[in-house]
Design a protein around this ligand. Structure first.
Ligand SMILES: [Zn+2]
Ligand SMILES: [Zn+2]
Length: 373
């Protein structure tokens, strides 16, 4: 499949049109014409090499929705014309202990899982290209069924923002009678608030932007606490069972510790850059854990799609054209936004100018289709 993508060949260059070939569909795989792709903070970090592991060219995008246009031999879950989603991974070994329990994101196979863009989690020089593109080929085990009641624009953010916040809630058994706190109320955080409510928890939204209070109430937050207001923080001391911390950069986590009940957990899902100091005394005296969680497995992704459909949970989205991605990245850096940009991929498919200007790059890999019965 000949594909136009939007990416960059260097950390210092803005994203622009690139072209390449997706290798033909093999047995067990499907080809998807991409109609929508959500814009995640990871896309920006990866394109700018903030984690110092980017393999260029980098074509981001892992909240992909589209239409199946071809199915390979033996494909059983999709037919041509179906809507399908692709999240953060396109492949894994399908044979290790982690894959066996549906946690493909922790695959211990030789190359680890293959992320939707930037290739294997343990970089080995091979690359994959994500959803800022007109099409993708993926093994069917890594494609999601999109519940009918979602528009594609509203479904896209669930594929990363939704599952990334749902996975720790599931792992730690969040439910009725528990209090969830959400730190960082951007694309991930605003999904976390809604998913926590759907699971039966009381939800405290922790913000540094109290002017967002109305928007946070609207999506179901029971309490809104201004992190910079000492009295408000004190009032909620030792009240939280689980905190999902979605803040995507290094920050001071210590003020949050006082909110945690004894034997509770703060789960970091967005900051790969570390913390300078940790108040280990509070952690020890109250048995507060700081843990981490990476995206979520394919089964959990389908689960959270179905949960969001059942509870009418919607991402708050803003539709953009592919060529507006630079502005969207800048807004994410500058403005503390509480919605998800979603790219309308028709804007790239129909852009003759982009097609004419697109720079040819090497074809991406997507790993073997191993482990199929
Ligand atoms: Zn993401
Ligand atoms: Zn594996």
């Amino acid at each position: 499949m000949e594909v136009i993508g939007y990416g960059t060949q260097d950390a210092s260059i803005d994203l622009g049109p690139l072209k390449f070939t997706r290798e033909p569909v093999r047995a067990g795989e499907i080809a998807i014409q991409i109609t929508h792709c959500g814009v995640c903070h990871s896309d920006l970090h990866q394109a700018r090499d903030d984690w110092e592991n980017t393999v260029y060219p980098c074509i981001p995008g892992h909240e992909i929705i589209g239409e199946v246009i071809e199915v390979g031999e033996g494909v059983s879950r999709f037919k041509v014309g179906d809507r399908a989603g692709v999240g953060c991974m396109v492949n894994s070994c399908q044979q290790c202990d982690q894959c066996d329990v549906g946690d493909e994101q922790y695959c211990t196979g030789p190359k680890s899982c293959t992320l939707t863009y930037n290739g294997p989690k343990k970089p080995d020089g091979t690359n994959s290209y994500g959803g800022y593109s007109t099409g993708i080929v993926v093994r069917e085990e890594f494609a999601l069924t999109i519940p009918e009641k979602f528009t594609s624009e509203h479904a896209a953010p669930i594929l990363c923002a939704g599952v990334t916040t749902y996975a720790p809630m599931k792992y730690f058994g969040l439910g009725d009678g528990h209090t969830l706190a959400v730190a960082g109320l951007g694309g991930l955080g605003h999904m976390a608030v809604q998913i926590g409510k759907a699971l039966g928890a009381k939800v405290i939204a922790l913000t540094t932007s109290p002017e967002k209070a109305d928007a946070l109430k609207e999506i179901g937050a029971d309490e809104i606490v201004d992190v910079n207001d000492d009295d408000a923080m004190e009032k909620h001391a030792m009240s939280v069972d689980l905190m999902v911390n979605t803040i995507p950069y290094a920050h001071d986590i210590n003020p949050y510790l006082q909110l945690m009940k004894a034997k509770s957990q703060i789960c970091v899902v967005g900051n790969f850059l570390g913390f300078e100091e940790l108040d280990t005394a509070t952690m020890v005296f109250n048995h507060v854990g700081i843990t981490g969680s990476l995206i979520g497995g394919v089964a959990a992704t389908q689960e959270v799609l179905d949960l969001c459909a059942e509870h009418d949970i919607r991402a708050v989205t803003k539709s953009i054209r592919m060529d507006e991605i630079g502005e969207a990245f800048q807004r994410m850096l500058d403005e503390n936004i509480e919605f998800r940009h979603v790219i309308d991929m028709a804007s790239l498919r129909d852009d003759d100018d982009a097609a004419a200007k697109a720079v040819q790059v090497d074809n991406p890999v997507r790993g073997e289709v191993v482990g199929r019965a």
